[in-house]
Design a protein around this ligand. Structure first.
Ligand code: ATP
Ligand code: MG
Length: 379
């Protein structure tokens, strides 16, 4: 307990700057604060207060509103303009000055005490604002730490992914070459080589996706938009998926546009978008179903639709659909791998070419993924 009868606040070595042009006021406030265990620094004018702050930033400031020369309002503004500081400012005002309070709050003050004040009230307000500042500082520090940790995690992930790419590629090529050796084309060697090839292929895909996500997030992916015939690009993507669709007895149909459809896009990124959507349609549709891929011109845009007769999406799936690592209710129907990264890459790549992507689907009724990109100017 202190002489005022209030429990002592936890001062935590808090350092308070008291600014008032009347030395007696500084003495009164200073002794109340010192008795409560705070460290106090006095200043008798605005310029002196600013000078003190430059040499040591206080945890809190008690500021007289009416002072000759630079008044409290101006001091408030200048303190708030110092970007590296976040000092709570409590105003000391006379009761006839309350009309200035609105301006003072606008200038950055957080609270006020009316003179003559009671020690208990002053200490209560000081304590609340010191605690608030401490919580703010802690939050700020923790969010900075989280940010740094996240950066570090991304860096580790990208280094690991990057370093795995080349050995995986070597395993893949070696398995392919060994598979051509007639002595190894008999079981069980042929079968094992098939497993090695498949496993390395899956891992390489995952590593490539992780690197793509990283590059997209860091803004490192260079997009080179140009006029691109969407029908030709989609036709080649459809062709490259025919064998997989046939293996699941799915009819993969490409409905060509009747006129040229030219998009203003980066061809590599767009191919990746189309590839991902067709591979999903095949992966999540049961055997024997139809998949239709359509390219159509729109007003100022070009549209791609990939429509399947698979399980579709539940309302909860829709919420998470384009997020990272989103493995949703539909599961692969032919033992394919699923990392949940494909659609997050699709969305970012489509958007990087000023496109947009969405899905129209109801659970049990198939899904249609639609992408629209800007059309290239004709002529
Ligand atoms: N055509 C579809 N029909 C129903 N569900 C789908 C369809 N496409 C995607 N999904 C659901 O969305 C999830 C996320 O798809 P996404 O393409 O991002 O990842 P993935 O296919 O699991 O793995 P990968 O990273 O190899 O593409 C899938 O796991 C699946 O549950
Ligand atoms: Mg996918």
């Amino acid at each position: 307990m202190n002489p005022t009868g209030v429990p002592l606040p936890a001062p935590n070595d808090s350092f308070i700057l008291v600014v008032d042009d009347v030395p007696h006021n500084i003495q009164v406030v200073g002794s109340i604060l010192r008795d409560a265990g705070y460290e106090v620094m006095p200043a008798t004018s605005g310029p002196q207060a600013l000078e003190r702050i430059r040499s040591k930033v206080p945890d809190l400031m008690l500021l007289d509103l009416m002072m000759p020369g630079m008044d409290g309002l101006e001091v408030c503004r200048r303190v708030k303009a110092l970007s590296a500081t976040d000092i709570p400012i409590i105003l000391l005002t006379a009761s006839n000055e309350t009309e200035h309070l609105v301006q003072a709050f606008a200038a950055g003050a957080v609270d006020y005490v009316t003179k003559p004040f009671r020690a208990v009230e002053l200490l209560a307000r000081v304590r609340v604002h010191l605690e608030l500042k401490q919580s703010r500082d802690t939050l700020h520090r923790q969010s900075q730490e989280l940010h740094d940790l996240n950066e570090e995690k991304n860096e580790v992930l990208s280094i690991v992914a990057h370093d795995l790419r080349s050995p995986l590629h070597n395993i893949l090529v070696s398995a392919e070459l060994l598979g051509e050796d007639p002595n190894l084309q008999r079981p069980p060697a042929a079968e094992m080589l098939g497993f090695i090839h498949q496993a390395a292929d899956h891992m390489l895909q995952l590593v490539r996706q992780l690197l793509d996500v990283d590059a997209l997030e860091q803004g490192r992916l260079q997009m080179q938009p140009g006029a691109c015939s969407l029908a030709e690009l989609v036709a080649s993507a459809v062709d490259s998926h025919r064998i997989k669709a046939q293996a699941k007895q799915q009819a993969l149909q490409f409905i060509r546009p009747t006129e040229p459809v030219v998009a203003l896009v980066d061809p590599n990124a767009t191919l990746q978008v189309v590839d991902n959507l067709i591979s999903n349609a095949i992966k999540y549709s049961p055997p024997g179903k139809d998949i239709r891929v359509r390219v159509t011109p729109r007003q100022g845009a070009v549209r791609l639709e990939v429509q399947d007769e698979g399980p579709g999406l539940t309302p909860a799936d829709h919420q998470r659909l384009f997020g990272k690592f989103a493995r949703l209710s539909a599961k692969p129907t032919g033992g394919e791998t699923s990392t949940g990264l494909g659609l997050s890459i699709v969305k970012r790549m489509a958007e990087a070419s000023q496109g947009r992507v969405w899905c129209e689907s109801q659970a049990g009724q198939g899904a249609t993924f639609i992408v629209e990109w800007p059309a290239a100017a004709v002529g």
